[in-house]
Design a protein around this ligand. Structure first.
Ligand code: NAD
Length: 401
């Protein structure tokens, strides 16, 4: 297929992706990382689960180009066919691998369901064969609406709902910019349990157990899973909602895993990250409007970061500090949402929130910035790309050949 590729948005998903735009996104992230000081004493062999978009892709890029690490990335992405483009994560990985190989860095990828035993076996076999073990960092960055349990075959759907009482607030249609009031009914006990089954800690534990069983982790290996807390206004739909229940389960898993890793002096950590435009966050009601306001305030205060800036700070200022200790808060959590949660930032967002309406949404929020970032996720609206150039949609990922 050699044709012009345009965005086709349905709801909060873009069903097309632009190969050259996605590649440019990756090159821009690499450029940012290589313009920063290298991460001294950074990781050397990194497994990233959820490596193709958002926070996981940034984690792979910082490991490779900030610390010269070898990386294996796991993700679930779509290749192009006669009718459809590949998914954005596919194009990102193709561009990442190409750049990594050019820089002389080992980079291989596995495309498939990370929740399955088959993909865990494929990953452990590859690590054994190519590295003989010694993985020193495992990043867990999956965001998925469903999971098939590998032992029972039961299929779980995650939901984004409050717990206990309905949640009413205003939300924004990410395409039209139209505001509306939403009322989301509270989740049933099953919906809560199912969300925990998808986005909680069980699968993370299964990955680490699989690596431990095959003795593939290095001494003092670390594993990090990503979480979010956010402001009071999104509490009912996030922290206190079904996804928050899953994130609490992830925290509980980090404690169990740290005990399991004791023998190799390893650690399992949770990093609480900033709210950012990604495919996963676009699906959460109310959050896109909050992000639009947050971007406005953080850009004005020159505090704005994207995934790559966040993850560079995670590696350089939290995980791999010169004194060798990991910087955590009183609860033992890594906080790179510190700038988002600053009192002045949160007060400014909270003051504007009740004032947002259809007539002023374009001026008092950064909704334009939100939409631009949304299109960029799929390789559209990327500066320097000529969208009048026909594209070959079938781009290979070198290691998947
Ligand atoms: P994303 O949608 O950009 O990335 C999700 C990744 O998971 C992709 O690489 C995708 O291919 C992979 N994936 C999904 N299902 C899979 C499966 N079954 N098998 C293999 N791979 C699969 O999401 P994101 O926003 O970067 O989220 C990553 C993590 O960061 C999540 O835990 C999320 O809760 C957390 N987080 C996100 C934000 C935010 O605002 N986006 C903020 C804080 C924390």
């Amino acid at each position: 297929m050699n044709r012009l590729i345009e965005p086709k948005v349905r709801g909060y998903i873009c069903t097309t992706a632009h190969p050259a735009g996605c590649a440019k996104n990756v090159h821009e992230q690499i450029k940012f990382v290589t313009s920063q000081p290298p991460i001294a004493s950074g990781p050397k062999k990194v497994l990233i689960i959820g490596a193709s978009t958002g926070y996981g892709l940034a984690s792979r890029i910082v490991a490779a180009f900030g610390a010269k690490a070898q990386t294996i990335g796991i993700f679930f992405e779509r290749a192009a066919d006669d009718k459809r483009t590949a998914s954005a994560g596919w194009y990102h990985t193709a561009a990442f691998e190409q750049a990594a190989h050019q820089a002389g860095l080992y980079a291989k990828s596995i495309n498939g369901d990370a929740f399955s035993d088959a993909i865990k076996q494929k990953a452990t076999a590859l690590i054994k064969q190519d590295w003989g073990g010694s993985v020193d960092l495992v990043i867990y960055s999956l965001a998925s609406p469903r999971r098939i349990h590998p032992q029972t075959g039961i299929s779980f759907q995650s939901t984004l709902q409050p717990i206990g009482a309905p949640y009413r607030n205003k939300t924004i249609d990410i395409m039209s910019g139209q505001l509306s009031d939403v009322c989301i009914e509270p989740a049933t006990a099953k919906e809560i349990a199912d969300t925990v089954a998808v986005m909680g800690g069980e699968d993370w534990m299964m990955w680490i157990e699989a690596l431990l069983k095959e003795k593939l982790l290095a001494q003092a290996a670390q594993t990090v899973a990503y979480s979010y807390i956010g402001p009071t206004l999104t509490d009912p739909i996030y922290s206190q909602g079904t996804i928050g229940a899953a994130k609490k389960d992830l925290v509980a898993a980090s404690k169990i895993l740290t005990q399991r890793l004791h023998a190799i002096n390893g650690k399992a950590l949770i990093s609480v990250n900033k709210a950012l435009v990604t495919q996963a966050s676009a699906a959460i009601p109310v959050v896109p409007l909050y992000i639009s306001l947050l971007y406005k305030i953080m850009k004005e205060k020159k505090l704005h970061e994207g995934c790559i800036e966040q993850i560079y700070r995670l590696y350089s200022d939290r995980l791999y500090r010169p004194n060798g200790t990991v910087l955590v808060d009183a609860q033992g959590l890594i906080r790179i949402d510190d700038w988002e949660m600053r009192e002045d930032v949160q007060q400014a967002v909270a003051a504007l929130w009740p004032k947002v309406h259809d007539e002023n949404v374009a001026t008092i929020t950064d909704f334009a910035g939100y939409r631009h970032a949304f299109y960029k996720l799929f390789g559209f609206e990327v500066e320097g790309i000529d969208y009048n150039q026909p594209q070959i949609a079938a781009v290979p990922i070198p290691s998947l050949l």
